[in-house]
Design a protein around this ligand. Sequence first.
Ligand code: FCB
Length: 446
Amino acid sequence: MHFSKEEFGNDFSWGISTAAYQIEGAHDTDGKGMSIWDSFSQKRRKIANGEHANIACDFYHQYTSDLALIKKMNIPNYRFSIAWSRVLPNGIGTINYKGIAYYNRVIDFCLELGIEPWITLYHWDLPEALQKKGGWTNREIINWFSEFVNCCLNHFGDRVKHWMVLNEPMVFTGAGYFLGVHAPGKKGLSNFLAAAHHAAMCQAEGGRIIRSFESNFKIGTTFSYSDLAPLREDHERDAKAVIRVDALLNRLFLEPLLGLGYPIRDLKILQKIERFIKPGDEQKLAFQMDFIGLQNYTRELVSYSAFMPFLHAKIVKAKKRNVQHTLMNWEVYPPCIYNALKRLQKYPSIKEILVTENGAAFPDAVVNEEVDDEERLQYLQDHIAQVLKAKNEGVNVKGYFVWTLMDNFEWAEGYSPRFGLVHVDFDTQKRIIKSSGKWFGQFLDK
Ligand code: FCB
């Protein structure tokens, strides 16, 4: 390791990220309503091994000891999400005060431990009641989401000062409304583009609502952002394919937020989104965030493909390329995060960048009550070093949050890809801090 914490400066936020559905469990406890992930995971063959997150890490009941682990690892910032259907079981209307009380306990205990809470408002678990009305494809969601944001601000805004509006809109609209591999399992271009436009509207609207509630809050939203390169160097058709994939995966939600509109010029099919755009929307898509949350894990190599509809491009996965990869089949390529940061820096209207997720799933083994996860430790050190390199070259990156606190429910992949700094035995709920977690704790203990 060739860096120290001091090199990042005193105003650099170190943290750890989680998401409600992946850890909380208690899926129907204390008046919680059903979410699209509760219902999606009940369907056959949607989740690896037929798994679900009814119990998950049981964080709902174990949050005091889990937050104590964050404290033990000296991690000063904790990013977590609010399960919409826990506070508003039907998505709108009646408030579930037991759900509110639970998040108040989590927030209060963070503060008691000296851990700063960072809230992600939406990390993919839409109330099922709203999906019945079309979910993200229904324009009404702008009002539903506003009600949810206001509800969270009214109940938590007296103590929580850091807010993120959406988690990775490209993933939840792409996987959930185009490919159908994530909840709610919808498919097709029209579902996707409707959901995408409404999510892009909500991301800006959410920012405006938070700002008008309290102008000093630190507001951001997060994006999945991959480093892309052509499979074959100096191959013109691959190079052009990269531009199309970049427009879709990296720019579709970011650029309208920055006031640049949708990247239609570089991906013609996106023109079809215009039928969902109402007069006045173009201005409303833009909002000046205090920070952009970068979520980056890997790089993707792209090749031209005549067979892929719309995109005419495909991503060639790491296994096929015979390169080092994680259990997600994501290439281990540390410069990816540096490249992503450098590219984001090129947008003059991005004030500040925080890495809000980075981490890796490797096969971990418990030996004598210990988990020596050397590969994850190396991954984290190598990626943090690349963040520092970008920072030293002038990129305004002001934070780094590891994905994730503990092994948890990895969406359609179920429980087998373990990403945690803390190992979880899902039969006993026993926790063991892995070597990577111990290292992070020592690194932060300065
Ligand atoms: C991101 C998600 C997060 C987690 C990681 C591995 O796309 O935001 O919930 O699943 O990937």
